[in-house]
Design a protein around this ligand. Structure first.
Ligand code: SF4
Ligand code: SF4
Length: 184
């Protein structure tokens, strides 16, 4: 219920993005990270993989010749087919959040909330609309339910420790210290 409400807020913030996502081929190269509160939902429809007993994601990995998973290669999500998300109506929080990403900086123990400038939807916004979107995102993170904020930020922190970050052009919207997030 909490998550549904939060996801609904994101859909409202990005109202109109579908037009740009239709047939866009830039997204969905991702591990497909799943928060603990989402696991039961997605385990019913697909295989999930737990990495280092810390983070969980869809099993979209390519296999090597010995049948092992190529964990080091960022896969294309298994639900991306015919240039569309096949689970569009129920996509995970991390997917709904995009074109906003949260990045963790271990040395500073800080999280940056950034806007991906490579996204055609973001490129289409004029200065005024982009500023409005930034304000909405700041407000979204400020009022995010504590349980979801903690689960999502700790997921971000943990995956940062085991994966290579993709390079992309971005703009920081706001940031939080580890203490502000109050992770256990
Ligand atoms: S890059 Fe932007 S427009 Fe393209 S699919 Fe992703 S969110 Fe949609
Ligand atoms: S679940 Fe859908 S939106 Fe998310 S990465 Fe997969 S195809 Fe893309």
């Amino acid at each position: 219920m909490l998550l549904e409400r939060t996801n609904k807020q994101l859909k409202k913030i990005y109202k109109g993005i579908e037009k740009y996502c239709k047939d866009c081929d830039l997204c969905c190269f991702t591990y497909g990270w799943i928060m603990p509160c989402e696991e039961s939902r997605y385990s019913k429809i697909t295989n999930l993989i737990s990495i280092n007993k810390k983070v969980t994601c869809f099993d979209s990995f390519e296999e090597n010749k010995f049948g092992g998973k190529c964990l080091e290669k960022i896969p294309r999500c298994k639900f991306y087919r015919s240039r569309k998300c096949k689970i569009h109506q129920i996509k995970p929080f991390d997917c709904l959040l995009y074109p906003v990403k949260v990045l963790y900086h271990p040395k500073k123990r800080r999280y940056s909330v950034v806007l991906s400038l490579d996204c055609p939807y973001i490129e289409s916004l004029n200065k005024e609309d982009r500023e409005y979107l930034k304000r909405q995102i700041v407000s979204f993170f400020s009022s995010m339910p504590e349980k979801i904020r903690k689960e999502y930020f700790s997921l971000v922190r943990d995956w940062e420790g085991i994966t290579y970050r993709k390079e992309f052009e971005s703009l920081e919207i706001c940031s939080f210290s580890e203490d502000e997030i109050k992770l256990a």
